[in-house]
Design a protein. Structure first.
Length: 154
């Protein structure tokens, strides 16, 4: 659906409200398509989508405290503990004591986990390249800046 189609769908909407509605629908559509792509990528790979998201966070940010990782994923530390137990068993991550905080446990990728991260990250990079192929460099920079600003609102 184009912006123009969304704008004429309800003639009683103000222009600003209509633009908000259009953004809402486009963001939801993009999320659904990205989510569907993610599910298709991890299907039959032997790991869950939440596990691969955990691997992505650790691959990008390095080792993290359990609490910090749980906050970034948006789950409780109890839920994360169950997931990390399975990931330790699969040899994707290890737990180790924090050097300066004896109460904290760090989670980090193993070699096997790092390889999985690099493989999955390459798939994301290819998708990004495909999605932005028809954009010029200035448009890609604008998109980067806008998405970064949106991410900062979370």
């Amino acid at each position: 659906m184009t912006v123009e189609q969304l704008h004429v769908s309800d003639p009683h909407l103000t222009s600003a409200h209509s633009t908000d509605q259009a953004l809402n629908h486009v963001i939801i559509e993009f999320y659904e398509k990205l989510s569907s792509w993610e599910h298709a990528i991890v299907r039959d790979k032997g790991f869950s989508l939440s596990q691969v998201h955990t691997i992505e966070l650790l691959g990008v940010h390095g080792s993290m405290r359990m609490k910090e990782l749980a906050d970034k994923i948006g789950v409780t530390t109890g839920t994360l503990t169950v997931q990390i137990d399975k990931m330790v068993e699969a040899q994707w991550v290890v737990r180790r004591p924090h050097e300066s905080d004896r109460r904290s446990i760090l989670v980090e990728l193993t070699e096997k986990g790092r390889a999985l991260f690099l493989e999955h990250d390459a798939l994301h990079l290819q998708l990004t390249t495909d999605l932005t192929a028809k954009m010029n460099s200035e448009e890609r920079i604008v998109l980067l800046n806008l998405l970064s600003r949106m991410n900062n609102e979370f």
